[in-house]
Design a binder for this molecule. Sequence first.
Ligand code: AP5
Ligand code: MG
Length: 231
Amino acid sequence: MKIVLLGAPGTGKGTMAFSMSRALSLPHISTGDLFRFNIAEGTELGHRAKQYLDSGKLVPDEITIGMVKERLAEGDCREGFLLDGFPRTVPQAVALDEVLKLESEELDLVLNLQVPEELIFRRITNRLVCSACGKPYNKLDFPPVQEGVCDTCGGPVIQRRDDTAETLRTRLDTYYELTDPLVTYYQEQGILLNHDNSGTHTPDQVDSLITKIKEQIKLNRQSSATAISQE
Ligand code: AP5
Ligand code: MG
Protein backbone atom coordinates (compact mmCIF):
# COMPACT_ATOMS: atom_id res chain seq x y z
CA MET A 1 0.00 0.00 0.00
CA LYS A 2 1.21 3.47 -0.88
CA ILE A 3 -0.60 6.04 1.21
CA VAL A 4 -0.19 9.80 1.65
CA LEU A 5 -1.43 11.61 4.76
CA LEU A 6 -2.53 15.10 3.81
CA GLY A 7 -3.76 17.82 6.15
CA ALA A 8 -2.93 21.17 7.73
CA PRO A 9 -0.46 21.35 10.64
CA GLY A 10 -1.95 19.78 13.75
CA THR A 11 -4.67 17.77 12.00
CA GLY A 12 -3.09 14.60 13.42
CA LYS A 13 -0.99 13.28 10.50
CA GLY A 14 1.86 12.14 12.77
CA THR A 15 -0.45 10.66 15.41
CA MET A 16 -2.47 8.74 12.80
CA ALA A 17 0.67 7.63 10.95
CA PHE A 18 2.26 6.38 14.19
CA SER A 19 -0.74 4.03 14.75
CA MET A 20 -1.35 3.13 11.10
CA SER A 21 2.26 2.24 10.32
CA ARG A 22 2.23 -0.32 13.13
CA ALA A 23 -1.20 -1.70 12.17
CA LEU A 24 -0.35 -1.95 8.46
CA SER A 25 3.39 -2.74 8.81
CA LEU A 26 4.32 0.17 6.58
CA PRO A 27 7.32 2.50 7.03
CA HIS A 28 6.24 5.93 8.33
CA ILE A 29 8.07 8.63 6.38
CA SER A 30 7.61 12.10 7.86
CA THR A 31 9.48 14.83 6.00
CA GLY A 32 9.24 17.05 9.09
CA ASP A 33 10.91 14.31 11.19
CA LEU A 34 13.60 13.80 8.51
CA PHE A 35 14.41 17.52 8.56
CA ARG A 36 14.43 17.64 12.38
CA PHE A 37 16.75 14.59 12.47
CA ASN A 38 19.16 16.28 10.05
CA ILE A 39 19.06 19.53 12.06
CA ALA A 40 19.80 17.63 15.31
CA GLU A 41 22.67 15.76 13.61
CA GLY A 42 24.09 19.00 12.18
CA THR A 43 24.17 17.73 8.58
CA GLU A 44 24.47 19.98 5.52
CA LEU A 45 20.80 19.23 4.70
CA GLY A 46 19.79 20.16 8.25
CA HIS A 47 21.76 23.40 7.99
CA ARG A 48 19.92 24.32 4.77
CA ALA A 49 16.47 23.40 6.18
CA LYS A 50 16.67 24.97 9.68
CA GLN A 51 15.66 28.56 8.83
CA TYR A 52 12.53 27.32 7.04
CA LEU A 53 11.35 25.09 9.90
CA ASP A 54 12.01 27.81 12.48
CA SER A 55 9.93 30.34 10.52
CA GLY A 56 7.13 27.92 9.51
CA LYS A 57 7.82 28.24 5.78
CA LEU A 58 8.32 25.31 3.41
CA VAL A 59 11.79 24.02 2.64
CA PRO A 60 12.40 24.59 -1.13
CA ASP A 61 11.08 21.84 -3.40
CA GLU A 62 14.47 20.85 -4.85
CA ILE A 63 15.85 20.05 -1.37
CA THR A 64 12.70 18.26 -0.20
CA ILE A 65 12.10 16.21 -3.36
CA GLY A 66 15.74 15.02 -3.42
CA MET A 67 15.53 13.92 0.22
CA VAL A 68 12.28 11.99 -0.33
CA LYS A 69 13.53 10.29 -3.50
CA GLU A 70 16.53 8.98 -1.55
CA ARG A 71 14.31 7.72 1.26
CA LEU A 72 11.85 5.99 -1.09
CA ALA A 73 14.73 4.17 -2.78
CA GLU A 74 15.50 2.35 0.49
CA GLY A 75 14.54 -1.35 0.71
CA ASP A 76 11.82 -1.00 3.35
CA CYS A 77 9.67 1.07 0.94
CA ARG A 78 9.49 -1.66 -1.73
CA GLU A 79 6.16 -3.03 -0.42
CA GLY A 80 4.65 0.36 0.35
CA PHE A 81 4.87 3.40 2.60
CA LEU A 82 2.96 5.94 4.61
CA LEU A 83 4.04 9.45 3.64
CA ASP A 84 3.34 12.10 6.30
CA GLY A 85 3.78 15.74 5.25
CA PHE A 86 4.86 15.02 1.66
CA PRO A 87 3.84 16.10 -0.92
CA ARG A 88 3.01 19.61 0.19
CA THR A 89 3.15 21.47 -3.13
CA VAL A 90 1.93 20.64 -6.64
CA PRO A 91 5.53 20.23 -7.96
CA GLN A 92 6.21 17.75 -5.10
CA ALA A 93 3.05 15.78 -6.02
CA VAL A 94 4.07 15.70 -9.70
CA ALA A 95 7.59 14.53 -8.73
CA LEU A 96 6.13 11.73 -6.57
CA ASP A 97 3.85 10.58 -9.41
CA GLU A 98 6.89 10.51 -11.73
CA VAL A 99 9.02 8.48 -9.31
CA LEU A 100 6.24 5.91 -8.92
CA LYS A 101 5.54 5.80 -12.66
CA LEU A 102 9.15 4.77 -13.31
CA GLU A 103 8.36 1.57 -11.37
CA SER A 104 4.88 1.25 -13.01
CA GLU A 105 3.40 2.06 -9.60
CA GLU A 106 0.91 4.63 -8.36
CA LEU A 107 -0.46 5.94 -5.08
CA ASP A 108 -3.30 3.88 -3.61
CA LEU A 109 -4.87 6.50 -1.39
CA VAL A 110 -4.54 10.04 -0.04
CA LEU A 111 -6.08 10.42 3.40
CA ASN A 112 -7.05 14.05 3.94
CA LEU A 113 -7.37 14.85 7.66
CA GLN A 114 -9.68 17.73 8.55
CA VAL A 115 -9.87 19.61 11.88
CA PRO A 116 -11.31 23.10 12.61
CA GLU A 117 -8.66 25.80 13.08
CA GLU A 118 -9.48 26.61 16.74
CA LEU A 119 -8.90 22.96 17.66
CA ILE A 120 -5.62 22.95 15.68
CA PHE A 121 -4.35 25.87 17.82
CA ARG A 122 -5.34 24.04 21.02
CA ARG A 123 -3.63 20.83 19.91
CA ILE A 124 -0.41 22.37 18.60
CA THR A 125 0.27 24.77 21.46
CA ASN A 126 -0.13 21.83 23.88
CA ARG A 127 1.74 19.25 21.81
CA LEU A 128 4.74 17.32 23.12
CA VAL A 129 6.76 14.79 21.15
CA CYS A 130 9.32 12.10 21.91
CA SER A 131 12.57 13.29 20.37
CA ALA A 132 13.82 9.68 20.11
CA CYS A 133 10.95 7.70 18.50
CA GLY A 134 8.66 10.55 17.37
CA LYS A 135 5.62 9.47 19.37
CA PRO A 136 3.28 12.48 19.72
CA TYR A 137 1.73 13.50 23.04
CA ASN A 138 -0.47 16.32 24.24
CA LYS A 139 -0.22 18.12 27.59
CA LEU A 140 -4.02 18.18 27.91
CA ASP A 141 -5.30 14.98 26.27
CA PHE A 142 -2.41 12.49 25.96
CA PRO A 143 0.38 13.34 28.44
CA PRO A 144 3.16 10.76 28.96
CA VAL A 145 2.61 8.66 32.11
CA GLN A 146 5.89 9.99 33.56
CA GLU A 147 6.47 13.67 32.81
CA GLY A 148 9.16 14.20 30.16
CA VAL A 149 9.65 10.46 29.46
CA CYS A 150 8.26 8.56 26.45
CA ASP A 151 5.88 5.69 27.42
CA THR A 152 7.03 3.65 24.42
CA CYS A 153 10.83 4.05 24.25
CA GLY A 154 11.84 5.98 27.40
CA GLY A 155 13.25 8.83 25.27
CA PRO A 156 12.98 12.53 26.20
CA VAL A 157 9.56 14.12 25.57
CA ILE A 158 9.96 17.73 24.43
CA GLN A 159 8.10 20.66 22.87
CA ARG A 160 8.89 21.40 19.19
CA ARG A 161 10.61 24.75 18.49
CA ASP A 162 8.00 25.63 15.85
CA ASP A 163 4.99 24.96 18.10
CA THR A 164 4.32 28.59 18.97
CA ALA A 165 1.07 30.41 18.07
CA GLU A 166 3.03 32.81 15.83
CA THR A 167 4.84 30.13 13.79
CA LEU A 168 1.66 28.07 13.59
CA ARG A 169 -0.09 31.05 11.91
CA THR A 170 2.63 31.09 9.22
CA ARG A 171 2.42 27.28 8.83
CA LEU A 172 -1.36 27.44 8.38
CA ASP A 173 -1.18 30.33 5.86
CA THR A 174 1.51 28.40 3.94
CA TYR A 175 -0.74 25.34 3.99
CA TYR A 176 -3.74 27.24 2.51
CA GLU A 177 -1.59 28.82 -0.20
CA LEU A 178 0.62 25.91 -1.31
CA THR A 179 -0.76 22.60 0.01
CA ASP A 180 -4.53 22.96 -0.13
CA PRO A 181 -4.49 22.79 -4.00
CA LEU A 182 -3.44 19.14 -3.59
CA VAL A 183 -6.96 18.31 -2.38
CA THR A 184 -8.26 19.04 -5.90
CA TYR A 185 -5.18 17.42 -7.48
CA TYR A 186 -5.89 14.08 -5.76
CA GLN A 187 -9.68 14.41 -6.01
CA GLU A 188 -9.23 14.53 -9.79
CA GLN A 189 -7.14 11.34 -9.59
CA GLY A 190 -10.04 9.70 -7.68
CA ILE A 191 -7.88 8.64 -4.73
CA LEU A 192 -8.79 11.22 -2.05
CA LEU A 193 -10.50 10.10 1.16
CA ASN A 194 -11.60 12.91 3.51
CA HIS A 195 -11.62 12.15 7.24
CA ASP A 196 -12.95 14.41 10.00
CA ASN A 197 -10.20 14.01 12.63
CA SER A 198 -11.65 16.26 15.32
CA GLY A 199 -12.73 13.27 17.44
CA THR A 200 -10.51 11.67 20.06
CA HIS A 201 -7.76 9.35 18.80
CA THR A 202 -8.55 5.84 20.07
CA PRO A 203 -7.57 2.32 18.94
CA ASP A 204 -11.22 1.70 17.85
CA GLN A 205 -11.22 4.88 15.76
CA VAL A 206 -7.96 3.82 14.07
CA ASP A 207 -9.29 0.28 13.42
CA SER A 208 -12.49 1.52 11.78
CA LEU A 209 -10.54 4.04 9.68
CA ILE A 210 -8.16 1.30 8.52
CA THR A 211 -11.14 -0.87 7.48
CA LYS A 212 -12.53 2.08 5.52
CA ILE A 213 -9.12 2.70 3.88
CA LYS A 214 -8.79 -0.95 2.80
CA GLU A 215 -12.31 -0.91 1.29
CA GLN A 216 -11.61 2.36 -0.51
CA ILE A 217 -8.31 1.05 -1.94
CA LYS A 218 -10.09 -2.12 -3.16
CA LEU A 219 -12.76 0.01 -4.88
CA ASN A 220 -10.11 2.31 -6.42
CA ARG A 221 -8.17 -0.69 -7.78
CA GLN A 222 -11.35 -2.26 -9.22
CA SER A 223 -12.37 0.95 -10.97
CA SER A 224 -8.87 1.54 -12.39
CA ALA A 225 -8.75 -2.11 -13.64
CA THR A 226 -12.16 -1.55 -15.33
CA ALA A 227 -10.90 1.68 -16.92
CA ILE A 228 -7.79 -0.10 -18.27
CA SER A 229 -9.83 -3.02 -19.70
CA GLN A 230 -12.12 -0.53 -21.51
CA GLU A 231 -9.19 1.28 -23.17
P1 AP5 B 1 5.79 18.77 9.95
O1 AP5 B 1 6.62 18.17 10.97
O2 AP5 B 1 5.19 17.93 8.90
O3 AP5 B 1 4.69 19.67 10.65
P2 AP5 B 1 3.20 20.08 10.24
O4 AP5 B 1 2.72 19.78 8.88
O5 AP5 B 1 3.14 21.50 10.65
O6 AP5 B 1 2.31 19.13 11.00
P3 AP5 B 1 2.47 18.78 12.47
O7 AP5 B 1 3.54 17.75 12.64
O8 AP5 B 1 2.61 20.05 13.27
O9 AP5 B 1 1.03 18.20 12.81
P4 AP5 B 1 0.45 16.75 12.61
O10 AP5 B 1 -0.63 16.84 11.58
O11 AP5 B 1 1.51 15.73 12.40
O12 AP5 B 1 -0.26 16.57 14.01
P5 AP5 B 1 0.12 15.60 15.25
O13 AP5 B 1 -0.26 14.20 14.93
O14 AP5 B 1 1.47 15.84 15.76
O15 AP5 B 1 6.64 19.91 9.18
C1 AP5 B 1 7.41 20.84 9.92
C2 AP5 B 1 8.17 21.75 8.97
O16 AP5 B 1 9.05 20.97 8.14
C3 AP5 B 1 7.31 22.55 7.98
O17 AP5 B 1 6.81 23.74 8.56
C4 AP5 B 1 8.34 22.81 6.86
O18 AP5 B 1 9.22 23.83 7.22
C5 AP5 B 1 9.13 21.49 6.82
N1 AP5 B 1 8.56 20.52 5.89
C6 AP5 B 1 8.02 19.30 6.20
N2 AP5 B 1 7.58 18.67 5.10
C7 AP5 B 1 7.86 19.49 4.05
C8 AP5 B 1 7.63 19.40 2.65
N3 AP5 B 1 7.02 18.33 2.09
N4 AP5 B 1 8.04 20.43 1.87
C9 AP5 B 1 8.66 21.50 2.39
N5 AP5 B 1 8.88 21.67 3.71
C10 AP5 B 1 8.48 20.66 4.54
O19 AP5 B 1 -0.97 16.12 16.31
C11 AP5 B 1 -0.85 17.41 16.88
C12 AP5 B 1 -1.32 17.35 18.36
O20 AP5 B 1 -2.69 16.95 18.38
C13 AP5 B 1 -0.56 16.31 19.21
O21 AP5 B 1 -0.39 16.85 20.49
C14 AP5 B 1 -1.52 15.11 19.28
O22 AP5 B 1 -1.39 14.39 20.49
C15 AP5 B 1 -2.89 15.79 19.17
N6 AP5 B 1 -3.86 14.95 18.46
C16 AP5 B 1 -3.69 14.41 17.22
N7 AP5 B 1 -4.80 13.72 16.88
C17 AP5 B 1 -5.69 13.87 17.91
C18 AP5 B 1 -7.02 13.41 18.14
N8 AP5 B 1 -7.67 12.66 17.25
N9 AP5 B 1 -7.62 13.76 19.32
C19 AP5 B 1 -6.98 14.54 20.23
N10 AP5 B 1 -5.70 15.00 20.07
C20 AP5 B 1 -5.09 14.66 18.92
MG1 MG C 1 3.61 15.76 12.24
